[in-house]
Design a protein around this ligand. Sequence first.
Ligand SMILES: NC(=O)c1ccc[n+]([C@@H]2O[C@H](COP(=O)([O-])OP(=O)(O)OC[C@H]3O[C@@H](n4cnc5c(N)ncnc54)[C@H](O)[C@@H]3O)[C@@H](O)[C@H]2O)c1
Length: 219
Amino acid sequence: MNRDEQNKAPISKQTLNRMPAYLLYLKNLDLQERQSISASAIASDLNLNEIQVRKDLAAVSSSGGKPRKGFDIHMLIEDIKAYLGYDDVNNAVIAGAGKLGQALLCYDGFSEYGLNILAAFDSDPAVIHQSVNAKMVYPIEKMPEICHLLNIQIGIITVPAAYAQLVCDQFVKSGIRAIWNFAPVLLNVPQDILVQNENMAVSLAILSKHLSVKLKKND
Ligand SMILES: NC(=O)c1ccc[n+]([C@@H]2O[C@H](COP(=O)([O-])OP(=O)(O)OC[C@H]3O[C@@H](n4cnc5c(N)ncnc54)[C@H](O)[C@@H]3O)[C@@H](O)[C@H]2O)c1
């Protein structure tokens, strides 16, 4: 099956959302030590249901697992990358899985605009390793590794204002090309990085200004 055919194959949202965790896990295996791995070993190491893992990997694997040997690790990594759309410029991650970050993670409507939020990062142990709408929240320290691994181009900032520049710098170091910033801060970025600031307060101020002008006219 070529990459285009693979991308057309139906795959559930939950399966897609588990792929970054599989990819991270497989990339950290020592390929000198072993070249293949079984679905049951992956399920046990990631604390997932074995049947679920088998189904997930069957949906993406171009070769399928061999009965005794399992999956060729290198091929499986390439298959998962292809499924995640490694060259897709619209793959994004979130920094700050708090109230706003979680709301964005839970909103499925972005996919209609081609934006795929694949994972999130946070510094709070209470949310790290939790999944939100089946998307994993990773420790912020993992950002460079995961962004490079998934070839992420867009970083979404939903941390408190005081940490926004720090997180922005971490995104830039992680190879991000564009930033969607929800924190009320003007970010310093290298010239080639695009920043889109989002501020609901500004929209509300415009709305209230229009309303006051309209009401004055009606007086
Ligand atoms: N643009 C808008 O219209 C709009 C609307 C609401 C909130 N906001 C902004 O969004 C941001 C988040 O708001 P919230 O209400 O979700 O806050 P929150 O406190 O619920 O969430 C912030 C999250 O960021 C995490 N965090 C803090 N420092 C971090 C760091 N260095 N690295 C990684 N994670 C870190 C926290 O652990 C927390 O989970 C704020 O800057 C807020 O001003 C913007």
